[in-house]
Write a protein that binds this ligand. Structure first.
Ligand code: CO
Length: 497
């Protein structure tokens, strides 16, 4: 999520990478492959790695010669990499959203994108067209016997996990009303504290915003059923992309932002371009008691948070009256202005993502903040079995430079206690996406397992699948995929065990 200040100048002061290599990933995907066996060119696929890696991200950027204004306006395409007995099979499918089907037929954009893509035809074609284009491109998770292609401002699309066929938009057995917001960042409580469940939320935003916190069963006969549900109101316009959980709390960081919808209504800007950061104001932590926890039914708490802007959290944990939450903080909200071209971004003008730790004392209503790592990072995770729990290790995508912003080119394993770290780098011509940590089955060792990551190979102009040892980040496997897959968003691992 690192698009902010832009510059159309072709000079780039940072020589660690070539911007053409980075930008070449943004191309339309014109093929859909099914169960193609893909073979390693180095190493072999670990025999204990059995499951499917699903990944979502934009796969269509251009229609009738018109480019999306922002890559996040690209239609969602799901990748599935199935690992079985040291063999890997690759599939990809676009989510057949209502908008995708209409635009395929019309052979042009017929919707405005949230991040600034406008229909052709100028003011009269765009003004007062306030439909939001659900492009189902942000994340993909399995719930019950369905895959959900997620896009936070509306209902998910349900897919067949075996062949990626789109069933259609889903209300999750009547749990969601039509067009109800449903986050693209569910958190999985694997059963360390409760029965296993997916915890997620939806936000209805306005001068007063409502957060709906939902918990769905993930195992057993009632998998996919809504088992806990609550709604809380907060003052202010909420922009919440992600959250974190502990056994008893759902933790939200409400950024200090303002929303002026007029340019959106008048067709001059996308809805997300109407957000601006109030850099002088503090954000707020909104702490909502989980209905499965010991504070069920109690009112939420609001506590001042640091200034700046946060998209993503790494993890949270709680001990007595203290909640610890690690998040990636930016100085400001990044946005691509209407006259700027995302393919020509100048990374030096971006605020970089810095990993910070906030300790929240819920009795005294106080927080303390410290920087954990200054190297620009995104897409950070802990061992999923430690979600909501005190975790020692984390893995994240990082810029190649030690300071300042840059495209994501490496994977860092960071010891959250000692600060020690190790790095695997794909620089200068490789660009990483979100790394997924897959724990070794039945292992009690926190950092034992693998890191799976798709890497854009700037030399080959296609995508490689890389498997690293999560303990030492040694390269285990390189598989050259037969497709060029654009830089993507989020994904998940579904284990067969
Ligand atoms: Co995200």
């Amino acid at each position: 999520m690192s698009f902010s200040a832009l510059n159309n100048s072709s000079t780039e002061s940072c020589a660690d990478f070539n911007r053409e290599d980075w930008a070449s990933s943004y191309c339309n995907v014109n093929q859909e492959l099914t169960n193609e066996v893909v073979l390693p060119i180095t190493g072999s696929v670990p025999a204990e790695l059995n499951g499917t890696f699903f990944r979502n991200g934009p796969g269509r950027f251009e229609r009738a010669g018109q480019w999306v204004h922002h890559p996040f306006d690209g239609d969602g395409m799901i990748i599935a990499l199935e690992f079985k007995n040291s063999e890997v099979r690759f599939s990809n499918r676009f989510v057949r959203t209502k908008a995708w089907i209409e635009e395929e037929k019309a052979k042009k954009f017929t919707y405005r994108g949230v991040f600034g893509t406008q229909k052709s035809g100028g003011f009269f074609a765009n003004a007062f067209d306030l439909r939001l284009k659900n492009i189902a491109n942000t994340n993909v998770v399995k719930l019950g016997n369905q895959l959900l292609a997620l896009w936070e401002a509306s209902n998910p699309y349900a897919l067949n996990p075996n062949n990626l066929e789109t069933y259609g938009i889903t209300s999750l057995n009547g749990s969601l009303s039509k067009n109800e917001a449903f986050s693209a960042h569910p958190r999985f409580d694997h059963g360390n504290f409760h029965s296993p469940r997916m915890v997620t939320f939806g936000v209805k935003t306005g001068p007063t915003s409502t957060i709906r916190l939902m918990e769905f069963a993930t195992k057993g006969k009632n998998a996919g059923q809504l088992i806990n549900d609550r709604k809380d109101n907060f003052k202010g316009f909420a922009f919440l992309h992600d959250f974190a959980i502990t056994p008893n709390w759902a933790v939200f960081l409400q950024n200090a932002i303002e929303f002026n919808p007029l340019p959106f209504i008048l067709g001059q800007k996308g809805a997300a371009q109407c957000l601006s950061s109030s850099s002088k104001k503090n954000g707020k932590f909104w702490l909502i008691p989980r209905e499965s926890g010991k504070f069920a039914g109690e009112p939420p708490k609001t506590i001042d948070a640091p200034k700046g802007f946060v998209f993503h959290h790494l993890n949270a944990s709680e001990k007595d009256e203290e909640i610890t939450i690690d998040s990636i903080h930016y100085k400001d909200f990044p946005s691509i202005k209407p006259n700027e071209n995302f393919l020509k971004i100048n990374f030096d003008l971006f605020p970089e993502g810095i990993l910070k730790r906030c300790k929240i004392n819920i009795l005294e209503n106080k927080i303390s903040t410290k920087t954990i790592s200054q190297q620009c990072c995104e897409f950070a995770m802990v061992n999923p079995n430690f979600q909501g729990h005190i975790a020692r290790f984390s893995w994240m995508a990082i810029a190649h430079r030690a300071r300042g912003n840059g495209p994501l080119q490496g994977i860092k394993k960071l010891d959250l206690i000692s600060g020690d770290h190790i790095i695997w780098s794909a620089a200068p011509r490789g660009f990483v996406s979100e790394p997924i940590m897959v724990p070794k089955p039945h292992s009690m060792i926190e950092d034992e397992g693998w890191i799976i990551v798709l890497v854009w190979n700037g030399e080959r102009r296609k995508t490689d699948l890389i498997i690293l040892d999560s303990h030492n980040l040694k390269l285990k496997t390189t598989i050259e995929l037969p497709l060029a897959i654009p830089h993507g968003l989020h994904g998940s691992w579904v284990s067969y065990i």
